[in-house]
Design a binder for this molecule. Structure first.
Ligand SMILES: C[S@@+](CC[C@H](N)C(=O)[O-])C[C@H]1O[C@@H](n2cnc3c(N)ncnc32)[C@H](O)[C@@H]1O
Length: 311
């Protein structure tokens, strides 16, 4: 199986009209509209730097994926802390994220686990429970198999199908791990969402009139989001980070919160800057932190291609 990839953050993964704005202009295509956003990249530890540079309540949406403590080989970060130390650190950054988040803000927290420690994501969620309400639990589906026999006479499904990428594991105890969590947290659990911004077209148009909420022929996407990585050929060149997420993930989170209500986006653990690129492509100002300058250099390159201002 080819490895999953996110080589070009501007590939097909982003779905909003704004986010689909082409970045590399093809010959004869209309001029590219550069992003109007300003994005700040901060090299350093989120906990140490944020108090001085992020005002209380000034962030409307946080989309992030912290280190999972799964012994992933980052170049500057030790991802193998004693469990209690990791959870104590999680508690500290959750409190700092809470300080930054506006009263009607959303925090989308992506967490994955390894099959032999399946409680890990929920332990992290329990820490966040001290600070936030858990408003939605979304599953990032990386790969799925659908049997024709299960769907019957369904438009477009003519055979058994498996789509997406995953790392197969060799085990007689565990099944392959093909999903991660996205915990949607907010201060009170009452943030109004723009569900149709990431809505799904009704398959059967005759149903549309039955549902009051069917504005524009779209229904709510629900909490299972299929977002595959793209296939890569050369990991170092195409995806120089061990744990980045696809552009579709922050793009969907931002649009679900409601783009018009966002003044500024934050990713405390920016990595290659995927959240920041998604924000820039929606013309949203953003700020990101990472302790690794090499990842931020890639982020800077990707951001430059959106035409946004990078500081
Ligand atoms: C799971 S990765 C984030 C990947 C990112 N979502 C992307 O798509 O590229 C976590 C990142 O957190 C960074 N990191 C670890 N500890 C940090 C800290 N205390 N402050 C800021 N960044 C940190 C690591 O260098 C790593 O790039």
């Amino acid at each position: 199986m080819k490895e999953a990839r996110q080589a070009d953050l501007f590939g097909e993964m982003s779905e909003s009209p704004e986010a689909q704005r082409p970045v590399r202009r093809k010959k004869g295509s209309p001029p590219v509209k550069p992003s109007k956003a300003t994005v700040e990249l901060i090299h350093g530890d989120f906990l140490k730097r944020a108090p001085a540079v992020i005002a209380d309540g000034s962030i409307d949406v946080i989309v992030t994926s912290p280190p999972y403590n799964l012994n992933i080989k980052y170049s500057k970060y030790n991802d193998d802390l004693p469990r209690q130390e990791y959870l104590a650190w999680t508690d500290r950054w959750a409190a700092e994220a809470k300080r930054c988040l506006a009263p009607q803000g959303s925090l989308f927290l992506n967490v994955g686990v390894r099959p032999r420690e399946p409680w890990g994501a929920w332990e992290v969620a329990e820490i966040f429970r001290r600070h936030f309400a858990l408003q939605n639990v979304i599953h990032w589906i990386k790969s799925i198999s659908i049997a024709k026999a299960d769907v019957g006479d369904y438009p477009g499904i003519v055979d058994d199908v498996t789509v997406g990428h995953y790392k197969p594991i060799n085990s007689n105890r565990y099944v392959n791990d093909q999903h991660e969590y996205i915990f949607h947290l907010s201060h009170q659990g009452n943030v109004e969402l723009d569900r149709t911004a990431i809505g799904v077209p009704y398959q059967d148009a005759s149903n549309v009139t039955r549902w009051k909420s069917a504005a524009g022929g779209l229904h709510c996407r629900g909490n299972t989001w299929f977002m595959p990585y793209e296939t890569i050929n050369f990991r170092d060149r195409d995806r120089p980070h061990p744990a980045s997420f696809p552009l579709a993930l922050p793009d969907r989170c931002l649009r679900l919160h409601g783009v018009r209500r966002i003044r500024r986006v934050l990713d405390p653990f920016a990595g290659l800057g995927t959240t920041l690129v998604a924000a820039a492509r929606l013309d949203l100002d953003a700020v990101g932190f990472d302790i690794d300058e090499a990842y931020l250099a890639v982020a800077r390159d990707q951001l430059a291609r959106t035409g946004c201002k990078v500081r």
